[in-house]
Design a protein around this ligand. Structure first.
Ligand code: ADP
Ligand code: ZN
Ligand code: ZN
Length: 724
């Protein structure tokens, strides 16, 4: 529902503290729900006898402040999203419910300072020799000081290991302080601070000139150029002012190193916000941030809503990353919201990337952002070189060209590691009949099922439906069914045949589903237990593999001829990011890209001239085609159980409109016309400026709200969509 509702404050609550941002319990139909006060009226438009009473005011500690309410209302307006859902998405799950909640600070553990040296040594010796992890956890706590459970878990330890140390009475349990964070000399661990390079020092000094006011800084630095060190040193200046810092990253579970670097530098309460936390843990982050006791919040996408009264800086690392955009429900982009928030709260925001989005580069060119470049890697490590391998006229062995196999042999023989990148999980992307070429498809999506060999399952990667492997062709009855194409699961199996003397490991969503599995794999890779790494784009994100000196991209051609105008940008980013994983140490790395189209201008430009050059030309192309960021886009998507209704609905709501300053295209069928049993269509609205885009979108929404079919189709608005 897009509207808000009016309630009365009954006599019995007249004395209570209530204002904008208060959480209250209200009757709604025959239910009782949680509401947030958005405003006060002494003279409501509704007849007073129609207005129901607020039932209760919930604890003060759980209320939002005016700043947050203002921010969320702006979000709702900008994204044309129902305001109630915006508030609901921004609140931790436990605050969307009326149940009693525990608002105490989180527990943390440290090595008991009362223990004498002798007690320590004795107890440590008594820990079983095989309990290496217990000892490692103990050492970590000795180094780190107090840590919360989410921090300990992210460092790769289990509850059992923590409990074992507690049982041996080695640890002191307490709660994180609830006092507002104050800087003192113990905060910064000086010995872990790096001497900045000239480039880095310049960026740090330029950014710190702009503290306590809104400014947006794009730090465009090649992989390994020391962007993180720049963040850390700017953060230090902000912490010195007793302010809080919000750091946004695309993934946390995948990249525990980020947290470690913050922990090593700053001896302050750091709270996490990511999908691996349970509801209680998320509430604790919210609460510590809100109290001002959490100095640093390290968060993924939805962490942009974390209340932080003393916020002084927002960092958005890997600002180009697609996962910063929420792709369902309230479809916001958390980089854009971070900028909006920084603007409202008058503070600087840093966007960092080795492959900045074209949007951000354009804003920098237009001087809306400060632009900072880091062009060198500190120390001696070199960027990997990229080479194209033409596979148009040669047979492949299990997807590998002759040149790639040779390069693999040579690298492995030197004792170095190889990373094979294939963005397709499962064993094979389809199974098909050898007699009649029938392909086993998901009926709900009209797309082939992916064959998962280990589980003997057919899984639809679009809607998640599964079934047991079919033994017989449903078209001709033949039993000669065969897998088509190759996914990571199959590649891993074939590698064991091709390189029997080496161990390979696969890293994708299937192989890391269980808790702790990814950490285990990463650790084993670091210890050189595996020589060949196979993975999907999970492997492109943030990891350091110092001994990987060869990266092979097996299948990039799909992106060269995509309907999505962003596909070239995404491919270029992926190639550069993956290349950044290789050869970080003193050993130079090499990237081989297998393609049928080695002459393709995108690939040629990227290989010969680098990302910056590619991006500059891509922007010229976008400008000629009047595509974002030179125009502004919105989509209205509609879906229903048949193909007729959503198309008709979109036609109905758009036909009475004079487009004015906007172009309205469609309705057209979505690139995937049928998904999970629903037929999907959309309208694209293209405006020269934001104002006309918003006006037209608003008119379309009003038409939709009044449309007689609005309940037969599901529809939503996507502002600045990232995909069709
Ligand atoms: P990025 O975030 O740009 O990919 P990192 O911050 O991870 O780069 O830095 C890459 C490597 O360079 C790290 O091992 C880091 O410790 C090192 N490094 C960064 N800045 C310096 C510096 N000023 N002096 C020496 N080493 C540095
Ligand atoms: Zn058949
Ligand atoms: Zn499906």
């Amino acid at each position: 529902m897009r509207q808000t509702f009016t309630y009365a404050l009954p006599e019995r609550l007249a004395e209570a503290k209530i204002g904008v941002g208060a959480r209250v319990q209200i009757p709604f139909g025959n239910r009782s729900l949680i509401g947030v006060v958005l405003g006060e009226q002494s003279d409501p438009e509704l007849a007073t006898d129609k207005i129901k009473d607020i039932q209760a005011i919930l604890p003060l500690e759980s209320h939002l402040d005016e700043q947050q309410v203002k921010f969320l209302l702006t979000c709702a307006r900008y994204y044309h999203h129902p305001v109630g859902d915006v508030f609901s998405q921004a609140l931790p799950v436990l605050l969307r419910q009326a149940n009693e909640i525990d608002l105490r600070q989180p527990l943390c553990w440290q090595v008991d300072p009362q223990l004498s040296e002798q007690q320590l040594t004795e107890t440590l010796e008594s820990i079983n020799k095989t309990a290496i992890k217990q000892k490692a956890l103990f050492a970590l706590l000795q180094k780190q000081g107090a840590m919360t459970w989410p921090q300990i878990r992210l460092s790769g330890f289990t509850k059992a290991q923590l409990n074992a140390l507690i049982k041996k009475q080695l640890l002191l349990e307490s709660r994180l302080p609830s006092e507002v964070f104050r800087f003192d000399e113990s905060v910064v661990t000086e010995e872990n601070k790096l001497q900045l390079t000239t480039e880095q020092a310049l960026v740090v000094s330029q950014i710190t000139q702009h503290l306590n006011q809104f400014s947006c800084h794009l730090v465009d630095g090649i992989t390994g150029s020391g962007k993180t060190e720049v963040y850390l040193q700017v953060m230090e200046k902000v912490l010195q002012q007793n302010q809080q810092v919000l750091v946004m990253v695309p993934e946390i579970g995948l990249t525990p190193q980020t947290l470690h670097r913050f922990e090593k530098r700053f001896n302050v309460p750091i709270m996490l916000h990511h999908s691996g936390l349970n509801d209680g843990e998320r509430l604790q982050t919210w609460q510590s941030a809100r109290l001002g006791s959490a100095a640093i919040v390290l968060a993924t996408r939805s962490g942009v809503f974390t209340p932080m009264p003393n916020l002084g800086l927002i960092v958005v690392d890997e600002e180009h990353d697609g996962s910063l955009k929420q792709q369902e429900g309230f479809r916001y982009h958390s980089r854009d919201l971070a900028i909006l928030r920084a603007n409202q709260q008058k503070l600087p925001v840093i966007l960092g990337s080795a492959t900045p989005s074209l949007e951000s580069l354009h804003n920098a060119q237009e001087k809306r952002y400060h632009y900072h470049q880091l062009t060198q890697r500190p120390g001696s490590s070199k960027l990997a070189s990229m080479h194209l391998v033409d596979i148009s006229a040669q047979p492949l062995v299990h997807g590998l060209s002759h040149q790639v196999q040779q390069a693999m042999q040579a690298t492995l023989a030197k004792g170095e590691q190889v990373l094979l990148f294939l963005n397709r999980r499962g064993f094979a992307p389809a199974i098909s009949c050898k007699e009649c070429h029938w392909v086993c498809e998901c009926q709900r999506c009209n797309r082939p099922y992916t064959f998962h060999h280990n589980q003997q399952l057919l899984v639809c990667h679009h809607c998640g439906s599964q079934k047991r492997v079919t033994k017989q062709c449903q078209n001709c009855g033949s039993v000669r069914l065969t897998p088509l194409g190759q996914g990571t699961e199959q590649l891993e199996q074939r590698l064991e045949e091709l390189f029997p003397q080496f161990n390979s490991v696969r890293i994708d969503r299937d192989s890391t589903r269980r808790k702790g599995e990814l950490e285990k794999h990463l650790e084993a890779i670091a210890n050189n237990e595996y020589q060949i790494l196979v993975g999907t784009q999970m492997l492109a994100k943030g990891h350091h593999f110092p001994n990987v000196t060869l990266v092979v991209m097996l299948d990039v051609d799909g992106a060269l001829f995509s309907y999505d105008f962003r596909a070239p940008e995404k491919l270029a980013q992926l190639l550069v990011q993956v290349a950044g994983r290789a050869g970080r140490a003193s050993k130079p790395g090499k990237v081989l890209i297998q393609t049928h189209y080695p002459q393709h201008p995108l690939l040629q430009d990227l290989i010969n001239n680098g990302y910056e050059h590619f991006a500059r030309f891509a922007l010229v192309e976008r400008s000629q085609a009047m595509m974002p960021p030179f125009s502004f886009q919105a989509l209205i998507r509609a879906e229903a159980n048949n193909a007729y209704q959503p198309e008709q609905f979109l036609r109905d709501i758009s036909s009475p409109l004079m487009a004015g300053d906007c172009a309205i295209c469609g309705p057209v069928a979505a690139p995937m016309e049928k998904k999970a049993g629903k037929y999907r269509f959309h309208l694209t609205i293209l405006g020269r400026d934001r104002k006309s885009l918003h006006k037209t979108t608003q008119m379309l929404i009003s038409n939709a709200e009044q449309n007689g079919d609005k309940n037969k189709v599901r529809w939503h608005v996507d502002i600045d969509p990232q995909d069709m």
